[in-house]
Design a protein. Structure first.
Length: 362
């Protein structure tokens, strides 16, 4: 089929998105599809542009160019008006953060009647808002670290005493609607809270203080209705920050994680509960802290997780015996089948199959 891969976007995660998109485009071609690679800020990319992206490393975040961006303008015509987009059957968003992951682009595509891979507007919005997603998972019976969300600097500073009393130290300070751990700080002393709060508010107008649960960081990818093998992340830094995520050699990512079978299944089951509770579809990645008793504590769900060949979800798929091109093809096929049933059937992000399975393969 002919697929448009959207990448770039207008969030601080633009560089990560470009890396994801270039590799998704290459993988889909390897799977036999015709692909048009699109940077939402600059239009259709040439073969030379794609080659440059594939050859470059992920850089530190930099502001996007908003002058031509379809996400900034809300004009899907910037996408459909290019003659090279003629005959597109499906859009594969490889966007991270901001309007690429919060449901904005998904709403534009849905209104335009364009089938797309991944969760719908509702699922994307719920997963993007960590405060809302934690409330939903708590109500669904999945443990999540205690938290306090504040509005702006003044509100945050006025509640420092409450934060220390209720959540203790150390404490995590992070944007409720961000990704790639941008703006996240592990605070060990009350004197560090103001600086951490100010950094967080550079990325969001709210801040979340979250109880720090000591344990092993684990992650579970979901494809269709199946949970992939659990992975464990062992960062060089105290937390899995931006550098550990994207710089070579800064973290060990082990798939499958060395866990007892019953513990691994508990983590996978919790990930499936999160996936459905947040109305996600096609794929997602759910992150937990596994405490000493083997209890998974929900941290966040990612509706559009990193999707380079070396990202966590593709690594989990490989552990289940599924190469990256096959994974991209499977997701495209799921989305196209749903699209053929009509936009009405996918409007609220409902999954085609709600009988969860734990994967030995996908």
């Amino acid at each position: 089929m002919k697929i448009a891969v959207l990448m770039g976007g207008i969030s601080e995660e633009r560089e990560v998105s470009l890396a994801s998109g270039a590799q998704v485009a290459r993988a889909l071609r390897e799977a036999g599809h015709a692909v048009v690679a699109v940077d939402t800020s600059h239009g259709v990319l040439s073969a030379a542009d794609e080659a440059e992206l594939l050859a470059s490393e992920i850089r530190h975040p930099r502001p996007p160019d908003l002058s031509r961006d379809m996400l900034a303008s809300g004009d899907v015509g910037l996408l459909t008006g290019d003659p090279r987009m003629a005959g597109i059957e499906l859009v594969f968003p490889a966007l991270h953060g901001g309007a690429g992951e919060d449901g904005t682009i998904q709403t534009l595509l849905q209104v335009a009647g364009i089938p797309f891979v991944g969760s719908g507007p509702v699922g994307c919005a719920l997963a993007m808002d960590k405060d809302l997603s934690k409330r939903l998972l708590r109500d669904a019976g999945v443990p999540t670290p205690a938290w306090i969300t504040v509005e702006g600097l003044e509100d945050g500073l006025s509640r420092v005493g409450e934060v220390v009393r209720r959540l203790g130290l150390p404490v995590i300070v992070k944007p409720p609607s961000g990704g790639s751990t941008l703006g996240l700080t592990l605070v060990h002393d009350e004197s560090e809270l103001r600086e951490a709060l100010s950094l967080c508010l550079e990325y969001d107008d709210r801040a979340m203080f979250e109880e720090y649960v000591r344990g092993r960081e684990v992650t579970v990818g979901i494809v269709g209705s199946e949970a992939l093998p659990v992975g464990e992340i062992i960062p060089e830094h105290e937390i899995f920050d931006y550098e550990c995520k994207y710089l070579p050699g800064m973290a060990q990512e082990i798939f499958p994680a060395d866990l007892p079978a019953d513990v691994a299944r508990r983590v996978q089951d919790s990930a499936l509960v999160a996936h459905w509770a947040l109305r996600l579809r096609d794929y997602s990645r759910v992150d937990f802290i596994l405490d000493a008793a083997g209890m998974p504590w929900f941290l966040e769900a990612n509706a559009l997780p990193g999707f380079t060949g070396n990202s966590l979800l593709p690594k989990a798929a490989r552990a289940a015996g599924v190469p990256f091109p096959d994974l991209c093809h499977r997701l495209a096929t799921l989305a196209l089948k749903r699209g053929r049933r009509g936009v009405r059937g996918s409007a609220l992000g409902a999954g085609a199959d709600r009988n969860p399975r734990v994967a030995g393969g996908v």
